[in-house]
Design a protein around this ligand. Sequence first.
Ligand code: FMN
Length: 158
Amino acid sequence: MDLKLTILVGTMTGTAQLVADEVADALGRDGVAAEVVVMDGLDAGVFAEGGAFLICTSTYGQGDVPDNAQKLFADLEATKPDLSSVAYGVIALGDRTYAQTFCFGGKRFDALLQSLGARRIGEVMIHDASAGTIPEEEAVAWVGPWLAQFREERDKAA
Ligand SMILES: Cc1cc2nc3c(=O)[nH]c(=O)nc-3n(C[C@H](O)[C@H](O)[C@H](O)COP(=O)(O)O)c2cc1C
């Protein structure tokens, strides 16, 4: 294992959790120790030691983060920690039926983390629940190249 990574899960009905579990398994096969942590009860302290994160979250309400992610999101907004030692990727689950707020949960986390100095690796993965594709399959396909890019940037910086 050359890399430790935390997958933070924002979910209402469990899809993002399933995606995170499958992604963690795929990362494990690729030499990464990935821990899946649901966001319930977390605050900004989860980022205190920096490191590598994947934000895996769905979208609810008027383009909001799920209920179990509200506290973490609000605490980051309120305390504005310096996240310059954090590198992250985003898996954003949504439904294009909600055209005005499609995947805003993940997109809002992305904007917030960037504003706090965290460094995003790769593009945000977007999943559309109305497209008929399997989110965990898409996420597992996405995370291989994401990990390669992560390692490349890490090695360049070393
Ligand atoms: C009440 C409700 C509101 C939703 N609002 C949005 C939304 O604003 N934007 C979006 O892209 N998807 C929205 N969705 C779709 C969910 O984000 C999507 O189905 C996701 O895959 C659910 O993942 P989860 O089971 O991890 O919560 C909404 C779904 C429901 C049931």
